[in-house]
Write a protein that binds this ligand. Structure first.
Ligand code: TYM
Length: 375
């Protein structure tokens, strides 16, 4: 790969992503106003991640709504591959998933593939993955999903349900398709080659359990996960299932700048759900890339650039739900009225008050895991 080249796969995201180009490259559709209005007919209001184009693309969402309007309710499917702590970027996807669950009153299948990162990361042990599976489940539960309608599937624990579906998918995907989709070379272990079929399997689980293959599925994800489903979507109809619809979000950027994605592998790049107020403050003050000017005088005169300012971007992504307030922050920063240090302070307070509640709910979640495990 050339330097500065954009790369978006389930295991690597690098470069400055042009999402319009990605839409073409991945063959997905942009979410336009017409589709937003159609969603709004059912949900009454629009989640901020829809209003602000953070969920920006889709596959077959119109079809999903056609089915819904005919009375054929869908289920949601998403997941988390345990390999480390949860960061704010992950949470955005799931907060939006919960909104969909509440608005459409639908079931959610949530996969924890505790095989994936074990297979893909050289130095990650099976035992560590088990520890993170537990920790990561607490974060998901803390977001308030309805336990009656939410089913956790852990790949090694629910292999009896998932494996029969995975082998049906695997039989219809050749090694050359996987190689082309993910750029694999011959040094890949055989678990990695098989993995996509495990991620594909939950799409088929409700159909098999309810003996009705026609139940539609909607998968919220950030766009890095799309390649798995691009491969699998060709297979489902061959097995009698409809292709799942997908709704894609952009990445919450790392603290250090707007290119790439937030990832928990480097403390200077991510805010974790377990961070203390002091850690949040330190990370934002020290690492959050600023679109402000170098000196106070210059900033007051020329103003800052909110479009590349990480603190503004995080407010937009999740932490300032009020559009009017967000616009005022945008304008004040651009005019130089609001300083970079003041903008950072707004974000620090928002994140810390969110995390205070989240961490309380995360503690309570320890008693709830059993209610969420698929039975
Ligand atoms: P994982 O564990 O890497 O990430 C979990 C979910 O979070 C999204 N995500 C982000 N969203 C916004 N900004 C970011 N910086 C960011 N980083 C990660 C991911 O796209 C994902 O939706 N193989 C999957 C786990 C999985 C899954 C699924 C995901 C299993 N089945 C079905 C989506 C749908 C994984 O490694 O995700």
């Amino acid at each position: 790969m050339k330097k500065n080249e954009v790369n978006v796969t389930p295991w690597e995201v690098s470069g400055e992503i042009d999402y319009d180009k990605l839409i073409k490259k991945f063959g997905v559709s942009k979410i336009d106003d017409k589709l937003l209005n159609r969603i709004k007919k059912h949900t009454k209001d629009l989640h901020l991640m829809l209003r602000r184009n953070i969920f920006f693309a889709h596959r077959d969402l119109n079809w999903l709504l056609d089915e819904y309007e005919k009375g054929n309710k869908f289920f949601l499917y998403t997941g988390r591959s345990p390999s480390g702590p949860i960061h704010l970027g992950h949470l955005g996807t799931w907060i939006f998933t919960k909104w969909l669950q509440d608005k459409f009153d639908v079931e959610l299948y949530f996969q924890f593939p505790d095989d994936e990162k074990f297979l893909f990361k050289k130095n990650l042990s099976y035992e560590e993955v088990q520890k993170y599976t537990y920790e990561n489940m607490l974060d998901v539960i803390a977001l308030g999903f309805d336990p009656k309608k939410t089913h956790f599937l852990i790949n090694t624990k629910h292999a009896n349900i998932l494996y029969p579906e995975a082998i049906k998918v695997a039989k219809k995907i050749t090694y050359s398709v996987v190689k082309a989709a993910f750029g694999f070379n011959d040094s890949k272990n055989i678990g990695e080659i098989f993995y996509t079929s495990m991620q594909a399997a939950p799409v088929m689980v409700p159909g098999t359990l309810k003996n009705n293959k026609k139940i539609p599925c909607l998968i919220p994800l950030a766009v890095d996960q799309d390649p798995h489903f691009r491969v699998a979507r060709d297979v489902y109809p061959k097995l009698g299932y409809p292709k799942p619809a997908i709704i894609h979000s952009v990445f919450m950027p790392p603290l250090t700048g707007i290119s790439g994605k937030m990832s928990s592998s480097n403390e200077s790049k991510a805010i974790l759900t377990t961070d203390s107020p002091k850690e949040v403050e330190m990370k934002i003050k020290k690492y959050a890339f600023s679109g402000g000017k170098d000196t106070l005088e210059e900033h007051r005169k020329k103003g800052g650039n909110p479009d590349i300012d990480i603190s503004f971007q995080y407010l937009k992504f999740l932490f300032e739900p009020d559009d009017k307030k967000l616009q005022k922050i945008y304008d004040d920063y651009k005019s130089g009225k609001l300083l970079s240090s003041e903008l950072k302070q707004i974000l620090i307070e928002k994140i810390n008050s969110f995390l205070k509640e989240h961490q309380k709910k995360r503690e309570l979640a320890k008693k709830q895991i059993d209610n969420f495990l698929f039975k």
